[in-house]
Design a protein around this ligand. Structure first.
Ligand code: DON
Length: 561
């Protein structure tokens, strides 16, 4: 079915059940696909009012900060890729930065060992937030409707409330149990100080006030004035590093996208400080050299080839990538070249797994919550936006007066200079902590173009698995002609060089294939799911947008009109 020859019956049955579960949504005029149905609807309302894709993205991002606080944020950072119907493409980098007072040994004890979770669950794990700056800058340059109109829906959701859902309620209970008096223990409270029950209206008054300042004063409403002062005071009182100066100096950066090709398609993705675009393009170049007339989707050869491509792209990522403003000599052009792919492809033995050399580098620990959404407007302009707090609910810290959660993105830096282990730590230079540096990311917001126009808008959360789930979804659409919802739902694997193993989605890889892969020298480990993809494809034959939200996202919705 999805190979040029025939697929296994078992697999067809799985797909059939998936297509019953998860329908795609079609719309003529515009679409927003996000992990929160409320936020998707906010974005579509903006499109209906005449807003363009950037306007809808800004409104959706602010709404997600209210309705999906595990990852939707104003206290974190991310990346936006924008492509117009004229074929112009740009990106906005609003990744968090290390504070001015940060040092490369700030998470180490006296013996030079990493203090457990110091870079993740303490106030020192917070990077200077970038989200408000990024949304503002993209709107200043490319938005159409007034800024205030785009922030207002989020202000309304925070001040007037929205219906508490079971996902949020589950988190509320967990935080209460951990520490009822903490910021997160109280975060989901109603006016009586009790956890808001599913189905009840949940208001976030402090967040509403912060959002109102951003609505009224734009970038400066967050980085200067009252809000900035409260952030700096909170940091000072609690031993944090971020100062008023850090906030005043923060700027989002418009960067040239990375561009690659796969057969007749053009692929645009995020350059460093994301590693996503480089790795995605390297892997797509490798796939272009494969003979998919012979290799069936989900077969042993397919999984082996895809895993070997991932192994190589992740090794290059670990060795070379970091913040471009601190690493001017990264060999990006070489890594995404067809020539490099040829060399890498020649190393792959189709009968046998390669071995990742753990004596050279290692891996970073990744968190568990980020969120992606995709937008297309009636004129065919597209936005692909992924942003994050790093862990679900970030550092789990915040000021009651401000009502938003701070990220723990400092955990994405390499924490121990020079020390790399096969168990989970990397110490290479490009991503060591330096004041004002942006930490390396895996977020991979991507737009694929056909005939110079946006064709596929895609992205996902999932730490380092992001790069691989986006890669496989793109390949599923471009090579295997899958419809967008199927491309999102079908079996994905993840290999990140180290640890040297293939993660696969449980139940979606046959026992025979697993056995054959083990026979080739692969180690396998199961996962219930990989990725939470949100995508839109333009169906040119029928002139409609087709959107799908990953069924593993409980509250997700493709909303169109
Ligand atoms: O920027 C990054 O690559 C990570 N901070 C993203 C973390 C993440 O995706 C966790 N998600 N599920």
């Amino acid at each position: 079915m999805f190979s040029k020859s025939k697929s296994a019956l078992v697999f067809s049955c799985l797909l059939l059940s998936i297509s019953v579960l998860q329908a795609q949504v079609k719309a003529k005029n515009g679409m927003v696909v996000s992990t929160s149905s409320v936020a998707s609807d906010v974005g579509v309302d903006i499109l209906k009012k005449g807003g363009n894709a950037i306007d809808a993205a800004v409104a959706t991002a602010f709404a997600l900060a209210v309705t999906h606080p595990s990852a939707g944020n104003i206290g974190g950072g991310g990346f936006l890729v924008y492509m117009t119907n004229q074929g112009d493409v740009t990106t906005f980098d609003f990744r968090e930065k290390a504070p001015l007072k940060a040092t490369d040994d700030m998470y180490l004890d006296e013996d030079g060992n990493l203090i457990r979770m110091e870079n993740h669950l303490t106030i020192k794990a917070i990077g200077v937030p970038g989200t408000v700056a990024g949304l503002y800058k993209s709107h200043q340059k490319y938005g159409k409707l007034p800024w205030a109109d785009l922030v207002q829906p989020a202000v309304d959701l925070a001040q007037n409330g929205f219906t508490m859902n079971w996902t949020l309620y589950g988190a509320a209970q967990r935080f209460r149990e951990m520490d009822a008096d903490s910021f997160m223990g109280q975060y989901f409270s109603n006016s009586n100080g009790e956890v808001t029950q599913p189905g009840e209206n949940w208001k976030q008054e402090a967040l509403g006030k912060t959002l109102a300042a951003i609505r009224d004063k734009g970038h400066d409403g967050f980085y200067k004035g009252e809000v900035a002062k409260k952030i700096a005071d909170y940091m000072k009182e609690n031993g944090g590093l971020i100062s008023k100066q850090d906030l005043a100096k923060y700027e989002a950066i418009e960067r040239t996208p990375l561009k690659g090709t796969y057969k007749d398609y053009e692929i645009y993705s995020m350059p460093p400080p994301s590693s996503g675009g480089v790795a995605l393009l390297e892997m797509m170049n490798l796939m272009e050299l494969a003979d998919f007339e012979e290799i069936e989707f989900n077969s042993t050869a397919y999984v082996h080839l895809v895993a070997e491509a991932m192994r190589r792209a992740f090794a290059d990522r670990a060795e070379h990538l970091g913040d471009p403003d601190f690493n001017p000599d990264m060999p990006i052009d070489r890594l995404i070249s067809k020539e490099h792919a040829k060399q890498r492809f020649a190393e792959i033995d189709m009968e046998k797994a390669s071995v990742s050399d753990s004596s050279k580098f290692g891996q970073l620990y990744d968190g568990e919550s980020t969120t992606h959404f995709s937008v297309m407007d009636k004129d065919g302009n597209a936005v692909s936006l992924t942003y994050t707090l790093e862990f679900g609910y970030g550092s789990r810290l915040g000021s009651n007066e401000l009502g938003f959660i701070f990220n723990n993105e400092m955990g994405d830096f390499n924490p121990v200079p020079g020390i790399t282990t096969s168990r989970g730590q990397i110490g290479t230079k490009p991503n060591l902590i330096q004041p004002e540096k942006r930490m390396l990311s895996s977020m991979t917001p991507t737009i694929v173009a056909k005939d110079g126009k946006p064709y596929l808008v895609i992205g996902s959360p999932g730490g380092r698995t992001i790069i691989n789930t986006v890669f496989q979804t793109v390949l599923n659409v471009l090579e295997f002609d899958m419809e967008i919802h199927k491309a999102i739902e079908v079996m994905k694997i993840h290999h990140q060089w180290l640890p040297d193993r293939i993660m696969y989605e449980k139940d979606l890889l046959s026992p025979d294939t697993r056995k054959a892969l083990e026979g080739m020298g692969h180690t396998l480990i199961d996962r219930s799911r990989l990725g939470v993809l949100m995508g839109i494809r333009y169906d040119e034959e029928n002139g409609v947008l087709v959107g799908a939200s990953d069924s593993s996202s409980g509250e997700g919705k493709a909303s169109g009109y």
